[in-house]
Design a protein. Structure first.
Length: 315
């Protein structure tokens, strides 16, 4: 059975700079989901969202916009906006686990509110023609929440339901719940996508064998930690290219230069790259030592030296 690999969105990381660089230097991803659009008090599309979804910076790959909201008007507003840019699909985020989101009744905190889910989907399908897909967790408190939501979802022609096989209250702690995901597979009428802890070729194979009817697999944190992973899965190999760290260095330098050009001052770029190195370090010989070295690099000159030393040490 054929399969597709999809890049799960991570706010603050998988914007168009990362997506384009990952596709150029590594490849392997069939579809990228853009980090969610979220509103404050006014329905205004922030400039960062506009820049991220601009068609001219997303020409070489398939991108699907995402929204996180619990408001039907905001949902409709988002649909009209992404349609004006030429997008045909909107993904609805009911998966975000962070308290600042869930405490507002959004993300995975919305899964238990089937009445609101029904209302938003009904309006969206009655008032627009856009394709809608879902990104969900098993629930926030219990894995029964998604099972209770399925009868509502089945009323609508959703393209798919992507499920991160954890509860919202877990955040990213603890293991994925494969038994609970299997229950979803057993009863869901919609096409399901699997998401959660695909961090190696071996782990991907395990998930394919465990869920033979699933044809779409989302990779989130594992993609940032190891941008080679999707292409290695596609090639069915655990062998990295001989010039692995040279390629990584070119990728790193590309996104560093792009972020440095648009962030003002040494502190913002330092914090931006420090966030990336929380993931990048996981693919090095000594993650703690690598992350500590990046954290200690107090200015751009020291940062570039630290990166050079880290990459030399990996070779």
């Amino acid at each position: 059975m054929s399969y597709k690999l999809l890049a799960s969105p991570l706010q603050g990381f998988t914007d168009f700079n990362f997506r384009n660089a990952q596709q150029h230097f590594f490849g392997g991803i069939d579809t990228y989901y853009a980090p969610y659009i979220r509103y404050n008090k006014k329905m205004i599309i922030k400039g960062s969202y506009q820049r991220d979804l601009a068609p001219e910076v997303n020409t070489a790959l398939e991108v699907i916009p995402q929204v996180m909201t619990a408001d039907a008007d905001a949902f409709i507003f988002t649909i009209k906006y992404i349609e004006s840019l030429g997008y045909k699909e909107l993904n609805w985020n009911l998966g975000c686990p962070y308290p600042m989101v869930t405490n507002s009744g959004m993300g995975s905190g919305l899964i238990c509110n089937t009445e609101k889910i029904d209302h938003i989907l009904e309006r969206a399908h009655n008032e627009t023609n856009v394709t809608i897909s879902m990104k969900m967790r098993l629930g926030y408190e219990t894995a029964n929440e998604i099972l209770d939501a399925f009868p509502i979802l089945e009323k609508y022609p959703l393209k798919n339901v992507a499920i991160h096989a954890r509860l919202g209250k877990q955040l990213y702690k603890g293991g994925v719940d494969l038994e609970a995901f299997q229950k979803c597979v057993d009863v869901a009428k919609h096409t399901l996508y699997y998401n959660g802890d695909i961090t190696s070729v071996a782990q991907f194979k395990k998930m394919r064998e465990r869920f033979p009817t699933i044809e779409h697999f989302m990779i989130g944190r594992g993609l940032i930690a190891d941008p080679f992973l999707p292409s290695m899965i596609k090639a069915d190999t655990t062998e990295y290219p001989a010039n692995r760290w040279k390629i990584f260095k070119e990728f790193h330098d590309t996104i560093y230069q792009q972020y440095d050009a648009k962030l003002s001052g040494p502190t913002p770029i330092k914090m931006k790259m420090l966030g990336f190195w929380e993931f990048f370090a996981q693919s090095t010989h000594d993650p703690k030592k690598v992350y500590k070295a990046i954290k200690k690099a107090g200015n751009p000159y020291k940062y570039r030296n630290a990166v050079a030393e880290i990459i030399a040490a990996q070779k």
